[in-house]
Design a protein around this ligand. Structure first.
Ligand SMILES: Nc1nc2c(ncn2[C@@H]2O[C@H](COP(=O)(O)OP(=O)(O)OP(=O)(O)O)[C@@H](O)[C@H]2O)c(=O)[nH]1
Length: 691
């Protein structure tokens, strides 16, 4: 017994001294060698006096290296170091065992280990040493942490997770399970995992699922589930068999995700991809899909189908005058009216712009298509009220029929389009059925356009000149250049035969520039022969709008060596109607080159007479309509007076008789042109000048 009353070795009490010593030696040896418990002892100064192998290993050194160092050099006690130091201090103070507990220690080489640790004071007379015993529980701690995390994942997952035992009885469900399925835990636990619990009801499907699960331990796929309340919802189901160490299935895990939201968003995305944003009608993609389906059905049933290709008439001016928003609203209203004209089985789609295509599925006969086309025409033609605007619009409709007008999508769409084009050409506001001859006309027109494209390169254009004579003296003062096309097969063509096509084919500018250069070249030739005649060239709107028009004019004059005052550019009213300072500036720019400007066809559409004085125009050409379609003396007199008041030259076109010329002379008209001028020039020998 020591002075404090503690027995140093109670277990050896009563043993003979020799035997006790043997026991102690063996115990120390066991302590020394045990791999399970790291043991070290420290003295009051905190110096390590004993360190077994396990302790040395934990610290990453040999026992010899450990002994003699301070304990905190071996194992620092991590974040809770102060707490541990206080505990140790209490052991020294009270002489009682320190409480056992888990600690994180840090070894000298920086590793962190979890230890289960206790501290025992050992008395030898007085309190001599404190033994620290640590069991390394790092792996267990990690396993616990992993399990804890798994449990958190299980519990917090937004998907329903169900665990069963090997006999498919539910042993655990997470919180989300009740949220998704509507069944609470009590209704689930202990129940067999018939997938009815997850709402999957298709027996054949379920058999297939379990068969695959048994074979490869996993199955996943999309399925329809039903909540306890009866609602069906789309779900993603994943089933996994979990096997034990002997390869037997010990558990099954089912994960059920509610994918209604994702489906809704996918559906929304698909809707956007297949529908027109403005009218929400099927777009071209969906139309082709529906048409393909409708064609398969029609082929199988041997029935007919009609395709209506609809294009609004003169829709562009609605946009241009009232703005795109009104245009958009009109398109939406048109879409709504179209839907009213067809059955549920039919498809109304918008192709873009002001084009719509309608599929009439399974029609009884052609008259059905005609009936719908007429109903559509009438519906579109009813007045519209868009905001404060009252509008009217019409549509041109082309119809193609399966099987007579085509057997495949492309042909049917193309033929309906061709028929629509003919409806436009036929005066708009109507419908046309496709006929084979339409294609021939389209092909002819395409050939014609192709020929026109080649005509410039192959020098098939020519100029003719119409003389302009002085009313008083009869002298030749000018000549208007008029373009002709010597077509290889069709012979000499007048501009009205090909200018529309040139306009649509974008050829007006190159043709116009050719005319300009060629006219200047001719004028120069006349001058060289001693005839100082002005040459007049018509300027199209397209030409006027080109940015480098002044340069083109200058180049033509330079190439020909013609003085600018001998070139007259004839403007159309369309150019002046563009209005604005930009037009005035451009005209002034041309005028500054020294050329003359005349206004062609004056009097037919000009509504802003007051502004005429703002434009730098030298000459007015009285439209020939006033002379040819019933001689309008009042208008002619007025125009002459107007031109005089503004100091402009005035010329009358289309003069055919001596009386007309007399009238013009009597009212002070300066020049004239037309059949009578041609004859007069010929008779006076001046006609030959204009070769
Ligand atoms: N407001 C609006 N206009 C559009 C839209 N898409 C295209 N457009 C316009 O629709 C017009 C289509 O005009 P076209 O069919 O070429 O010509 P049109 O004036 O109808 O003449 P015709 O068809 O020859 O009778 C163009 O001006 C386009 O800019 C759209 O989504 N909204």
């Amino acid at each position: 017994m020591d002075q404090s009353g503690h027995s140093s070795f109670p277990a050896l009490a009563g043993q003979p001294a020799q035997e006790a010593l043997g026991w102690i030696t063996r115990l120390v040896a066991a302590l020394e060698l045990t791999p399970l418990v790291a043991v070290c002892s420290i003295d009051r100064a905190g110096i390590v006096r004993f360190c077994n192998r396990a302790c040395a290993q934990l610290c990453g050194m040999t026992p010899q290296e450990a002994v003699g160092r301070r304990l905190d050099e071996l194992l620092s006690r991590g974040e809770r170091g102060a707490e541990h130091a206080a505990l140790l201090e209490a052991v020294w103070r009270t002489g009682h065992n320190g409480p056992a507990g888990d600690w994180i220690v840090r070894t000298p080489d920086g590793r962190e280990r979890w230890v289960y640790s206790t501290t025992v004071p050992i008395f030898h007379g007085e309190l001599g040493q404190v033994f620290c015993m640590d069991v390394d529980i790092t792996s267990r701690k990690h396993a616990e942490r992993t399990l804890q995390l798994a449990a958190q994942v299980f519990e917090n997952s937004r998907d329903a997770i169900l665990l069963t035992d090997g006999r498919r009885r539910i042993v655990s469900v997470n919180r989300a399970c009740a949220g998704i399925t509507g069944y609470d835990d009590a209704e689930m636990l202990g129940q067999p995992l018939s997938l009815h619990r997850t709402g999957v009801e298709d027996e054949a499907f379920l058999r297939e699922v379990w068969t695959q699960l048994e074979a490869v331990d996993h199955w996943q796929g999309e399925t329809w589930s039903r909540r306890k309340g009866g609602d069906a919802f789309p779900a993603w189901l994943s089933l996994t068999a979990i096997r034990d160490g002997h390869g037997q299935v010990s558990n099954y895990m089912a994960i059920l995700s509610d994918i209604s939201e994702r489906k809704r968003s996918e559906e929304h995305t698909r809707h956007l991809a297949e529908h027109d944003y403005l009218t929400d009608l099927p777009n071209r993609v969906l139309l082709l899909d529906r048409l393909s389906l409708a064609l398969s059905t029609a082929r199988r049933k041997g029935s007919m189908l009609a395709l209506l290709f609809l294009d609004l008439d003169r829709f562009k001016p609605v946009n241009d005058t009232l703005g795109h928003q009104v245009g958009d609203a009109l398109l939406r209203e048109v879409a709504a009216r179209l839907l009213h004209c067809v059955r549920k089985v039919d498809t109304v789609s918008r192709q873009g712009g002001d084009e719509f295509v309608i599929i009439l599925a399974d029609i009884g006969g052609i008259d059905h298509a005609a009936h719908v086309a007429e109903a559509v025409r009438q519906a579109i033609g009813q007045p519209y009220r868009i905001g404060e605007h009252a509008l009217r619009i019409s549509a041109s409709i082309g119809v193609s029929i399966f099987p007579s007008d085509g057997d495949d999508i492309d042909t049917l769409v193309k033929n309906a389009d061709v028929a629509m084009y003919h409806a436009k050409e036929g005066g708009r506001d109507g419908f046309r059925f496709f006929s084979a001859s339409m294609n021939e006309r389209i092909a002819l027109r395409a050939d014609f356009e192709e020929g026109l494209r080649r005509a410039l390169d192959e020098q098939q254009f020519e100029l003719a000149f119409e003389p302009e004579l002085d009313v008083q003296s009869g002298a030749l003062v000018g000549a208007e250049a008029l373009v002709r096309w010597r077509h290889p097969q069709l012979g000499l063509l007048l501009p009205e035969r090909f200018l529309d096509v040139a306009e649509e084919a974008g050829l007006m500018v190159p043709i116009g520039n050719w005319v300009l250069r060629e006219a200047c070249r001719h004028a120069r030739a006349w001058h060289d022969e001693g005839h100082e005649v002005v040459v007049a060239v018509n300027l199209s709107l397209g030409q006027f709008l080109q940015g480098d028009l002044p340069q083109q004019v200058q180049a033509a004059l330079r190439e020909a060596g013609l003085a600018a005052r001998f070139l007259e550019l004839e403007l159309t009213e369309a150019i002046i109607m563009q209005g604005g300072q930009a037009v005035v500036d451009k005209l002034r720019g041309l005028r500054a080159l020294g050329v003359r400007l005349s206004l062609d066809d004056f009097g037919t559409g000009w509504s802003r007479l007051g502004q005429l004085k703002d434009y730098p125009i030298d000459k007015l050409k009285i439209a020939q309509a006033f002379l040819l379609d019933g001689f309008d003396a009042t208008v002619i007199r007025t125009i002459i007076a107007l031109a005089r008041s503004m100091d402009m030259t005035v010329i009358a076109e289309g003069v055919e008789t001596a009386e007309q010329l007399e009238f013009l002379r009597g009212h002070g008209c300066d020049q004239y042109q037309g059949y009578y001028a041609v004859a007069a020039a010929r008779d006076s020998g001046q006609g030959g000048v204009l070769h």
